[in-house]
Design a protein around this ligand. Structure first.
Ligand code: T1G
Length: 679
C-alpha cells in the first residue's frame, strides 16, 4: 500500500516500510507523518512481530529535508518520531543502501537493528550545513562507537563506508540483501539510548576533539557538535538529547547555517542549464590536451583520474616526456594513498602524442597554452586541421575572447571555454564559457564533463574575465584604491582575512606573482583612459624586481617561505608616492570600512554581470567566488552576504566605491541581484 512518501508491505510476519520520497527520501513532514502511521499499524496488528524501514530508489535517506529549515519546524518533529520507534514494543530494523545521512542515519540509530548493503555511505554531515545533528545523533552514535569516533564523524561530517561502519559497531551487518538480513535479525528490542557510552582514555577524546576542531576551523557548529557528543558521556540520555535540540535550534536560526544551506542549493542549481541551452551532451571518452605546462598537466591529471583517456600533446618533446613521467608518478602516488582506484593505472590511459595527428581520436580537445591571443589562435588553427569532425574544441583561457579564438577555426560552433583554476587537479571550480555561435549541446557537454571531473561547473557568458576574474579584479582594484587612500597592504589583508578570506588580496598577489597583472596592465597602458583612476604601485614594485614570493619580495618580503608581518619601507614609500601624486591626504581606514568597500566592489560587479547575462543566475556567482577565490563558504558568497545586509547601508557602500573610483564607474542593478530567486 503506498501512502505517498511511504509504501507498506508485509513479508511473512514483518511489516516492510519503504520510504518513497524522491529524489533522496528526505525526511519531510509528510514522510514523518507516514512513519507515525506505520508505527501505529505495527503496534495494532498482532500478527506483525516487527518492522523493517528501507528506502526506495538510490538511497536509504539523504537526511532531514534541508528545504524545511527556512520555515518553522513542523510536527511531527523528527526527534519525536525517533522516540516513538524506540518506544515501540516491537523491534524495528533499518535496511540501508546508497546513502544514510543526517536524519537518515539518526533514524537508523533509533532502530534496534541496522544492516547496510555494501557501498552504503553513512554520516552525520550537519556541521557542513552550520548545524549539529538535531535528532539524537550526538547522543546515540557515541553509545555505539564511543566518544572519540563520534567526535571525528560528527565534528568533520565525514562519510563512512559500510564495512567501516560495521567495524565501529554503527551497523550490525553488511549484507547484499539488507532487508532480508534485517528481517532475520529482528528479535528483542535493543534501544541504543539505553546503552552505556563505552569508556575511553581521556587523551583519546582530547585528540579526536582537537582534530575535529582543526578540520572544522573552529566554526560554531563544530564546537557545538563536540560539546553535544561530550554530553553523551556526561549526562543522562534525556538531558543530553534536550541540550542537543537546544543547540541545534539555535544554530538552525544562524546566518552561517542559512549561508551554508544557500551554498548547498546554489551548487546544485548551477548544474541546471538555462532552458535554451538544455540539450543532450556529446559523448566524451577521449580527451586531447594541448600544452604540457602546469595547467595542461593539472587538467590531464584531473581528466585521467575521472576515467577518461588522455592524449597529451606539446611541440616540445622534452616537456612531453617529462609530463608523462610526472603524471605517472602523481597517479601512482594518489592510488597508493587510496585517493583514486588502482585500476586507473592498469593501464594508465595516457598517450603522449608526437604530432598534431595524435589528437584526431579525441572527442574533446582542450588547449592549455600560453595566455596570448595570437598564440592561442595559431594553436586553434592547428586543432581545426587535425581534430575529428564533431569534436568539442575548448580553450582554457582565463579572460581572452572565446569568439576571437573560435574565429581561427572553420567550426566556431564547436568552440567552448573551459576555464580551469590552478592547480587544475585540485581546484573544484570550472567556468564553462558559452558563445552565441555555439552549437546545441556544446555547453551541456562542457557542464557534463565538469561534473564527471567532480568539479563545480558554472556556465558563463563570453565577457572579459568571465565571472570570477571580473569580480576579483573589481575587488582587488578597490583594495588598491584603499592603499592610496591610507591603508597598508597588511591592514587590508588582515581585515579581509578576519572576515573569513583564506588570504587577503595582497598576499594572494604575491603568491601568484605580480608579473601576471604587470604584463596585462602594461599591455593596456597605451589605451587606458587617463581619466580612469589607476594605482601604479604594482607596476612600481615590479620595476624594482619585486614580483612577489618567487623573488623574495612583493607587497611583503619573504624569508624561509614566510611572509613578513607587514610591508617594508620600499612598499610604503611607493604607496606614499602614489598617494602624493594623486594629491590624496592619507587617512586611517578601519577594518569595517575596508571590508565593506571590498565587498561592495564584488556585489556591484555581480549585479552588472547578472544584468549583462554573463551570469545565468545570481547564486552561480557565489559558487564561483567560494570555489575559485577563497570567499568564505560560511558567508555563502558575495550575493548571499549582500542579501543579509541592510539595503540602505549597502547602497551607501556603493556610493563610497563610486566616489573612490571616479570616472568610468558603472553602477549595477542591486535590486535585480538581491531579489532574483533560484530558477
Ligand atoms: N534535503 C532536501 N533536498 C535534498 C537533500 C536534503 N537532505 N539532499 C539532496 N537534496 C536534493 C538536492 O538539492 C538535489 O535537488 C537532489 O536532491 C539531488 O541531490 C535532523 C538536521 C544524498 C548523497 O547533508 O549529500 O539531516 O537540484 O545532486 O549527487 O540531524 O544529495 O535535483 O532539485 O546531491 O545523488 C543532512 C545532503 C541534512 C546530505 C545524494 N544531510 N545530500 O547525492 O544528488 S540536515 C545531508 C547529499 C539533517 C538532522 C539534520 C546528496 C546525496 P535538485 P544531489 P546525489
Amino acid at each position: 500500500m503506498t501512502m505517498g512518501g511511504l509504501t507498506l508491505s508485509v513479508r511473512g510476519d514483518v511489516l516492510v516500510a519503504e520510504i518513497d520520497h524522491p529524489p533522496v527520501n528526505a525526511l519531510s513532514a509528510l514522510v514523518r507523518a507516514k512513519l507515525v502511521e506505520m508505527l501505529a499499524r505495527l503496534g495494532a496488528e498482532e500478527r506483525l512481530r516487527g518492522a523493517v524501514i528501507t528506502g526506495a530508489g538510490g538511497c536509504f535517506i539523504g537526511g532531514a529535508d534541508i528545504a524545511e529549515f527556512d520555515r518553522p519546524p513542523e510536527a511531527p518533529l523528527l526527534p519525536d518520531v525517533l522516540a516513538m520507534i524506540e518506544a515501540c514494543p516491537k523491534p524495528v530494523a533499518a535496511a540501508l543502501h546508497g546513502a544514510a545521512l543526517g536524519g537518515g542515519l539518526e533514524l537508523a540509530l533509533a532502530c534496534d537493528v541496522r544492516v547496510a548493503e555494501p557501498g552504503t555511505r553513512l554520516g552525520l554531515p550537519e556541521v557542513t550545513l552550520g548545524l549539529i545533528p538535531g535528532a539524537g545523533g550526538t547522543q546515540r552514535l557515541p553509545r555505539l562507537c564511543g566518544v572519540s569516533a563520534a567526535m571525528r564523524l560528527i565534528g568533520t561530517g565525514e562519510r563512512l563506508g559500510a564495512e567501516a561502519a560495521r567495524a565501529l559497531g554503527v551497523v550490525d551487518e553488511v549484507a547484499a540483501d539488507a532487508v532480508g538480513a534485517a528481517m532475520a535479525r529482528l528479535g528483542a528490542k535493543r534501544r541504543v539510548s539505553a546503552l552505556a557510552v563505552p569508556p575511553e582514555a581521556p587523551d583519546e577524546i582530547l585528540a579526536a576533539e582537537a582534530a575535529a576542531l582543526k578540520a572544522g576551523k573552529g566554526r560554531p557548529a563544530v564546537r557545538a557538535a563536540l560539546a553535544a557528543v561530550r554530553n553523551a558521556a556526561a549526562l543522562p540520555f534525556a538531558e543530553g538529547l534536550a541540550a542537543e535540540r537546544a543547540a541545534f535550534l539555535a544554530l538552525r536560526a544562524s546566518p552561517e547555517a542559512a549561508a551554508l544551506r544557500h551554498m548547498f542549493f546554489a551548487e546544485r542549481a548551477a548544474q541546471r542549464l538555462p532552458a535554451a541551452l538544455r540539450a543532450a551532451p556529446r559523448l566524451v571518452e577521449e580527451v586531447a590536451i594541448i600544452g604540457a605546462g602546469t595547467m595542461g598537466l593539472g587538467i590531464a591529471q584531473a581528466t585521467l583520474e575521472a576515467g577518461f583517456g588522455v592524449v597529451l600533446f606539446d611541440t616540445d618533446a622534452g616537456k612531453r616526456a617529462q609530463a608523462g613521467e610526472t603524471l605517472r608518478a602523481r597517479l601512482a602516488e594518489r592510488a597508493a594513498a587510496g585517493r583514486i582506484a588502482p585500476a586507473l593505472l592498469s593501464p594508465l590511459r595516457l598517450t603522449l602524442a608526437a604530432g598534431w595527428d595524435g589528437i584526431a581520436p579525441a572527442d574533446l580537445v582542450i588547449e592549455a597554452v600560453f595566455e596570448d591571443l595570437a598564440v592561442k589562435r595559431e594553436v586553434f588553427g592547428q586543432i581545426d586541421l587535425h581534430a575529428k569532425p564533431g569534436a568539442v574544441l575548448a580553450t582554457n583561457t582565463s579572460y581572452l575572447d572565446i569568439e576571437a579564438i573560435a574565429a581561427a577555426t572553420a567550426r566556431p560552433q564547436d568552440v567552448l571555454g573551459l576555464h580551469f583554476f590552478s592547480p587544475a587537479n585540485v581546484m573544484k571550480l570550472l567556468e564553462v564559457v558559452n558563445t552565441p555561435s555555439a552549437a546545441p549541446g556544446l555547453a551541456a557537454t562542457g557542464m557534463a564533463f565538469g561534473k564527471r571531473l567532480g568539479k563545480h561547473a558554472v556556465l558563463c557568458g563570453n565577457g572579459f574575465g568571465f565571472l570570477g576574474n571580473r569580480i576579483y579584479n573589481a575587488y582587488r582594484t578597490q583594495c588598491e584604491f584603499m592603499l592610496e587612500d591610507g591603508a597598508w597592504p597588511e591592514e587590508v589583508d588582515a581585515a579581509l582575512e578576519a572576515f573569513g578570506f583564506a588570504m587577503g588580496p595582497f598576499t594572494v598577489a604575491d603568491l601568484s606573482g605580480l608579473d601576471i597583472a604587470w604584463r596585462m596592465r602594461t599591455s593596456q597602458a597605451a589605451t587606458r583612459d587617463a581619466r580612469v583612476r589607476h594605482v601604479p604601485v604594482l607596476e612600481a614594485l615590479c620595476e624594482q624586481g619585486r614580483l612577489g614570493r618567487k623573488t623574495g619580495a612583493g607587497y611583503y618580503t619573504y624569508a624561509n617561505g614566510q611572509h613578513s608581518a607587514g610591508s617594508d619601507e620600499v612598499v610604503r614609500g611607493t604607496i606614499l608616492a602614489a598617494s602624493a601624486a594623486r594629491g590624496i591626504v592619507r587617512r586611517t581606514l578601519e577594518p569595517a570600512e575596508i571590508v565593506r568597500r571590498a565587498l561592495a566592489a564584488m556585489v556591484n560587479e555581480a549585479a552588472l554581470l547578472l544584468a549583462e547575462g554573463v551570469a545565468a543566475r545570481a547564486s552561480d556567482i557565489d559558487v564561483v567566488l567560494v570555489h575559485g577565490y577563497g570567499f568564505p563558504r560560511f558567508r555563502g558568497g558575495p550575493v548571499q552576504w549582500a542579501r543579509t545586509q541592510d539595503r540602505a547601508a549597502l547602497a551607501r557602500d556603493i556610493d563610497l566605491i563610486e566616489a573612490a573610483t571616479g570616472f568610468g564607474f558603472r553602477r549595477g542593478p542591486l535590486d535585480l541581484l538581491l531579489t532574483e530567486t533560484l530558477p
